[in-house]
Design a protein around this ligand. Structure first.
Ligand code: THU
Length: 171
């Protein structure tokens, strides 16, 4: 699912440490400093991620995941987890959302929303963190779990000092 919008992040990333345990109704001082998308963009991303979660193919784990990424061109791209009988061929929702963004021409991501039924909300797995990092220096991560509970963090917080293309010699 792709939805076009015309805004970028309302608040640029800051150097402040994020909060991993915040909900929107109980904002901590740390959470107030966590970069976040404009409200209407976050709502559009959440709607896209929820719709994607509804299409998750998860007959083996029954753990349904929806994700949506906001690209720098204002488009929103969604993905769901797609499991496979071999288990190992399973692809996570976040990586499918990134692939959808890239196939539509996006090269810079500004935020990601991940929706599960977990409590506390589940964060992107390590592989997905690395794949998100390919297209963002840092980005807000908004994890939504059971009952709509929200936790906010950033990629820098979840995957500090990561390997990137900058570590490679020029081809
Ligand atoms: N899963 C995701 O889609 N994203 C993650 O970040 C973690 C795990 C999926 C993969 C599998 O289909 C199910 O959740 C259980 O691991």
């Amino acid at each position: 699912m792709t939805e076009r919008t015309d805004d970028r992040l309302a608040h640029p990333p800051s150097d402040q440490p994020p909060s991993d345990q915040a909900s929107p109704d109980q904002a901590s001082p740390d959470q107030a400093l966590t970069p976040r998308p404009a409200r209407h963009l976050e709502a559009a991303m959440l709607a896209a991620a929820v719709a994607a979660q509804g299409n998750a193919w998860a007959p083996y784990s029954r753990f349904r995941v929806g994700a949506a990424v906001l690209a720098a061109d204002g488009t929103i791209h969604a993905g769901c987890n797609v499991e496979n009988a071999t288990y190992g061929a399973t692809v996570c929702a976040e990586r499918n959302a990134v692939a959808a963004a890239v196939v539509n021409g996006a090269r810079e991501l500004l935020a990601v929303v991940v929706v599960t039924d977990a409590d506390p909300p589940a964060m992107p797995c390590g592989v997905c963190r690395q794949v998100l990092a390919e297209f963002a220096d840092d980005l807000p991560i908004i994890a939504v779990g059971a009952g709509g509970r929200v936790e906010r963090t950033t990629l820098d917080h979840l995957l500090p000092r990561r390997f990137s293309g900058r570590d490679l010699p020029d081809p």
